[in-house]
Design a protein around this ligand. Sequence first.
Ligand SMILES: *Cc1c(COP(=O)(O)O)cnc(C)c1O
Length: 389
Amino acid sequence: MNNTLDIDALVARIKAVLPESSEPIALHEPRFQGNEWAYVKNCIDTGWVSTVGTYVNRFEQSLSEYTGAKHAIAVVNGTAALHICLLLVGVERGDEVVVPSLTFVATANAISYCGAVPLFADSDKATLGMSAAKVDEFLVNHAEVRGGVCFNRQTGRRIAALMPMHTFGQPVDIDAFLALADKWKLPLIEDAAESLGTSYRGVHTGNFGIVSALSFNGNKIITTGGGGAILTNNEALAKRAKHLTTTARVPHKWSFVHDEVGYNYRLPNINAALGCAQMELLPEFLERKRQLAARYEKALKDVAGLRFFVERDEVHSNYWLNTILLDQQSMDHRDHVLEKLNISGLMARPAWVLMHKLPIFAEAPRMDLSVAEALEKSIINIPSSVILS
Ligand SMILES: *Cc1c(COP(=O)(O)O)cnc(C)c1O
């Protein structure tokens, strides 16, 4: 059998799955086909466009119902949601937070906003997310729990949280992370920005962490233009999330009193209106995205030199971004494959440059990152819009 990467076959097979198009096919574009116009117009007609309004509450309620999380707090974007999640679990200046190096910059930036430092973790080939086994191995060798608090013996800093990310909508091994969090006395935060619609053992992602973050940026499975949400099953944390994201104002009819430094992170009503309409469409979007993934899986099955990433048995994935993985011996050709796909009108992209390679995180502590380094050379995302199915 010949395992040499067959780029022409790859292009042809992807084209056969997708509709005919004279325009380049986007990686992931938003789809508005329901009540978006009506709800946004209603905001403008009534003047309720800003941070107070019925759509914000309705959007939060629909998120809570859909995900099964008791509370959802809508905020201006996913990065702000992550920032507040970290504050809610008590991350402070000088702490370290364990995050994957293979993630979007927002995950690591949110840690910096708290004055804390990312501790970069390696990836798991089976999930594309953070490796619980690698984190445990690092902690066994370099950390200790004193008085119920985890410390990094190398840096002397407190390790204050674990923040895995569900890559391209494929969840991490959540059971392993729950065990890890328990063993090392670390609060678990899920960066579920990419995984709205994804469940793990029948439970929606975002319910396993003490708090979790969603994103509704323009390229996510549903969009509010810009937006995000914090999910939690803890009522006290939900109240505090709402307080912190609404300038920490003490509720009163006319008096403006703020009892701490809060944030202006509340999602505007006009964005929430878009979100309400998109939530009505989410079940259909999910179905279509799964159909597209199934067609890719079939079409790419026997293309030499690569494989299509498929959800694991315990997972029901939203397939936010469809992913191909180049074989070990084909990884050096990644940029050539990207070139060929893009020239052929198929917008494809590599994974993010690993966080530990960015100059802004040059000083950040890290563990062996060999799997993340290999995945960075191997991953290619291919067109994944709802409209393509
Ligand atoms: C999209 C995304 C976010 C949040 O992004 P915003 O643009 O701020 O909504 C956070 N983490 C990951 C992994 C993401 O993909």
